[in-house]
Design a protein around this ligand. Structure first.
Ligand SMILES: NC(=O)c1ccc[n+]([C@@H]2O[C@H](COP(=O)([O-])OP(=O)(O)OC[C@H]3O[C@@H](n4cnc5c(N)ncnc54)[C@H](O)[C@@H]3O)[C@@H](O)[C@H]2O)c1
Length: 353
């Protein structure tokens, strides 16, 4: 098979991790043939690492798309620029591989979905947290069936970004910071653990007035119901001053018919059962060891799909738009003080929910 050719939009921040740590693992199947970043030093450092010629280095994505013959575009820039990059990729007939969220507004997400479907190109979104060993272990416990049907899921993300710019500059300057940049992972995880989509969501995101770290909303509490009846509860904070459940340490507890399974900051998956009144047993579960985890899992699946050698990944845009709908329904629910039906939100835009 010839190698797939990629045009990469973004070279620093998370994109630097893609270029230096992740994609090289797959250079037997793909190559980066063009690179774009608005910061010259960042662009040239990454391009030097990739040994790209001057003709493959671009400061403007318009020039990059016009000059580069590629099979797909990789989009790893802040969400406010995703729509512009993805629409150009689609206009050039390229498949798209983008970091989450699809885009920074619901309108932009719908534009992207429409354009991708109209052009008939493939698009996958990175939701790496589905494929961490800790979450795959929780899912294995649920699928093994001994705990019976899931009833509800408690989830918690709490990280300490009380120092301005501690979470990367743009996240402290945008609206809906926690939800757009953080909670979309956790909402997607609720869908993943419940094995169902979100039916409705209610709750509140807010920005405490007495802090100067975030310009936008950085705390959230939401309740939701999934299409199979499982309830979800989400606590999120970017200003955590007590126990942390930061990235890769998020707390999830799935309460089921016959017991519960949980994982938190210590990474140990525990099954808890109430055997007789007052007698509770706790068993630690051996972690699943996947061949590829996190980003690497999604990259492996997506490259096989793009090459025509495997099925669409779970995070294909037709599925992932449902996590985006949950995210923007949560923003509506908070702004309007009501319960928002997520399936109706999808249907109103002509997307099957
Ligand atoms: N899945 C994860 O675990 C994870 C973790 C971190 C970030 N992300 C996602 O990665 C994306 C980028 O986040 P980040 O923290 O790396 O952001 P960032 O602010 O560090 O920007 C990344 C790079 O994009 C460049 N850039 C910005 N605007 C550009 C434009 N218009 N054209 C070309 N280049 C541009 C910047 O100069 C920078 O080098 C976001 O979608 C974010 O949600 C995902």
């Amino acid at each position: 098979m010839p190698k797939l050719r990629a045009l990469m939009i973004g070279a620093g921040g998370m994109a630097g991790g893609w270029i230096r740590r992740m994609l090289p693992r797959f250079f037997d199947r793909m190559e980066i043939v063009g690179l774009c970043d608005v910061i010259p030093q960042v662009l040239h450092d990454a391009a030097d690492f990739l040994q790209l010629p001057a003709t493959a280095r671009f400061a403007r994505m318009e020039d990059a798309f016009a000059a580069t013959e590629a099979d797909f575009a990789i989009v790893v820039i802040p969400p406010a620029h995703h729509r512009a990059a993805i629409l150009q990729a689609v206009a050039h007939g390229m498949a798209v591989f983008s970091e989450k969220p699809i885009a920074d507004t619901w309108e932009a997400c719908v534009d992207v979905h429409r354009a991708v479907r109209a052009a008939g190109v493939k698009m996958a979104v990175i939701q790496n947290y589905r494929y961490t060993p800790r979450i795959m272990t929780v899912k294995k416990v649920l699928r093994d069936g001994a705990l019976g049907r899931p009833r509800y899921i408690m989830s918690r993300f709490a990280d300490d970004y009380r120092v301005r710019y501690a979470w990367g500059r743009f996240r402290h300057e945008i609206r809906h910071s926690l939800l757009v940049e953080g909670s979309v992972h956790h909402f997607d995880q609720l869908r993943n653990l419940a094995e169902a989509d979100c039916e409705w969501i209610a709750g509140r995101e807010w920005r405490p007035e007495d802090q100067s770290s975030f310009d936008g909303e950085c705390m959230a509490q939401f309740v939701c119901q999934m299409t199979n009846g499982v309830m979800g509860n989400y606590e999120g904070s970017g200003l955590a001053a007590a126990r942390l459940n930061g990235w890769h340490g998020e707390y999830y507890r799935v309460e089921c018919e016959n017991g519960a399974v949980s994982v938190g900051a210590d990474q140990i998956v525990r099954v808890v059962r109430h055997k007789a009144r007052g007698r509770v047993t706790t068993d630690e579960v051996d972690p699943v060891q996947p061949q590829w985890d996190g980003h690497l899992h999604v990259i492996d699946e997506t490259l096989r799909w793009f090459a025509g050698e495997g099925p669409a990944p779970e995070t294909e845009i037709g599925d992932n738009i449902k996590s985006a709908a949950m995210l923007f329904a949560a923003i509506d629910a908070s702004a309007e003080g009501r319960v928002v039906n997520v399936r109706e939100k999808l249907r109103a835009t002509g997307i099957e929910g």
